[in-house]
Design a protein around this ligand. Structure first.
Ligand code: NDP
Length: 273
């Protein structure tokens, strides 16, 4: 029987994961089927269990179930434990393994695809939701000179500062947006959902250092409002989150199949589409 995988979420119709994993499978001679699973908001666990009972081998987990997936997994990777959120489930014989590949995806896109070192750089992360939480430990592991988190609800940023205090690296500093005035950063990552609503996080002017990278986790056609604003503010390079999406998928594929797919042709094909 063919090995079955899927992305589970609500909503899930917009997900590009089936397209990405089908291309990975094709390019790597892996015989898998990958679909979409729409779970009722109050029926995540039941939907996962049914999929597993029917022979499903693994799932990607998207909004709003990443924290529930963390609770459902019986064994966690270190990075999933750090994030307390899971975007990849693998069903082994008597273990449900939970991993989080979002941070690896972001780091690989910035460091390897865009060719920008994170080590020694001043990094500003906007947002304190699930996406931000997932990328903090992998960013810290790269050895930035500082990692500042700004969020509208400052208490959520402070909570992350406390949570990641034991991790190696410079630690996390939390900040309100207006308190960033006068600071400069080399890499600014937008992990808020503001772009989804066509809005901008309330950053003060002048936070982009010369030659800095502005990175928006959101992706789509054309520049997001954040990237457009960043260009006007002097950011040297802008990138949206399509590369992160494909890289996190490649890492999930590796977790399931033990094969690390190449991502360049998939990126080119999705960008062209
Ligand atoms: P959450 O709902 O968990 O968090 C949303 C965050 O955005 C909160 O910090 C919230 O601040 C902040 N926010 C929302 N609107 C605004 C605004 N107008 N101004 C300032 N801050 C705002 O969402 P996620 O963390 O799960 O996702 C965030 C984004 O990352 C989404 O756009 C998602 O699509 C993208 N993403 C992309 C991935 C990729 O592979 N490219 C992977 C994962 C996520 P507050 O706490 O103050 O409300």
């Amino acid at each position: 029987m063919i090995d079955r995988y899927a992305v589970i979420g609500n909503p899930v119709a917009h997900s590009k994961s089936p397209q990405i994993h089908t291309l990975f499978a094709h390019e790597n001679g892996q015989d898998i089927a990958y679909g979409r699973l729409l779970a009722p908001l109050d029926g995540f666990k039941e939907t996962v269990e049914r999929f597993r009972a029917e022979g499903g081998r693994g799932l990607n987990v998207t909004v709003p179930f990443k924290e529930e997936a963390y609770r459902l997994a019986t064994l966690h990777s270190e990075r999933a434990r750090a994030a307390e959120a899971v975007n990849t489930l693998r069903f082994d014989v008597d273990v449900v393994f939970g991993d989080n590949t979002d941070g690896a995806g972001l780091v690989r896109d910035i460091r390897d695809n865009l060719g920008i070192a994170i080590a020694g750089r001043r990094v500003l992360l906007l947002g304190a939701g699930g996406a931000a939480r997932g990328v903090i430990a992998p960013l810290l592991a790269e050895g930035p000179s500082e990692l500042t988190i700004a969020n509208r609800n400052i208490e959520r940023a402070r909570m992350l500062e406390r949570h990641f205090a034991p991790y190696s690296g410079p630690g996390v500093r939390s900040s309100a947006y207006d308190a960033l005035s006068g600071s400069r950063f080399d890499i600014v990552v937008n992990a808020t959902s503001a772009s989804l609503a066509g809005a901008l996080p309330p950053l003060p002017r002048g936070v982009f250092a010369a030659g800095s990278l502005a990175y928006d986790m959101m992706y789509g056609t054309g520049l997001t409002p954040f990237l457009e604003w960043a260009r006007g503010q002097g950011a040297g390079l802008t990138a949206d989150g399509l590369g992160m999406l494909i890289e996190q998928a490649a890492e999930s594929f590796f977790v399931w199949r033990g094969v690390r797919p190449r991502t360049a042709t998939v990126f080119a094909s999705l960008r062209a589409a």
